[in-house]
Design a binder for this molecule. Sequence first.
Ligand code: DGL
Length: 267
Amino acid sequence: MDLTVQQPIGVFDSGVGGLTVLQELHRLMPGENLIYLGDTARVPYGTKSAETVSGYATEAAAFLLRQQVKMVVVACNTASSVALELLSRRLDVPVIGVIEPGARAALRLSCSGTVGIIGTEGTINSDAYPQAIRRFDPHIKTVCAACPLFVPLAEEGWAEHEVARLAAREYLAPLLDSGMDVLVLGCTHYPLLKPTLKMVLPSAVRMVDSAQETARCVRATLKRAGLLNPGVHSWWRFYVTDVPQRFVRVGEAFLGARLDDVQRVAL
Ligand code: DGL
């Protein structure tokens, strides 16, 4: 398939969380046109089986391809964990997930050789981050924790609430004595909890934001393929699979910008 610079990048997530990735993509590549799909009718993905999430991801990617995108970015950590290989095999545009960029960044930053990873149940159960890290360096030790309450807390606007601090203390307690010096925020929602996590983590532990690393990987991939849009004006389009009201309300807090023109679609 002949791809052109002007074609948009397609981004999908289970809901609002992937807007943290969209924001980083725009920050790094302001010339890129972006189409975002939030599968709000079926969110959350993080508590569902790999098989179910793979089916959802396949439908979301097919929708984006119908919008003539030049690349698909799987912003959702859970979907990246279980469906990236399948999508990469099936789609004839480049597919970028959030796991490998996050894993690479963690390795770059870690001096102690122990890396912590937090994510949804689906992401942690898939073992995708430790596997990606071991592919680059088999000697690295990984310690993982699922933090299921962080997603609803972030969506509730409670990312810096005392409740979030208590939850963070519980979830991170088993990791704190591991010797980790890097913690991968392996979920779209967790960048919002950075101030809270900072209060709980020892000061020597650095946090890796998969969203930022993924944006860098997208830019490098587009550049290599001669598909980077050098323009300065760009447009965004938003699609959701449920009524848009909640997506708009919660999403504006995630994006730090207004969400106009959100359309409901069926996949
Ligand atoms: N987007 C999901 C992720 O990054 C979090 C929300 C969900 O469970 O669907 O894993």
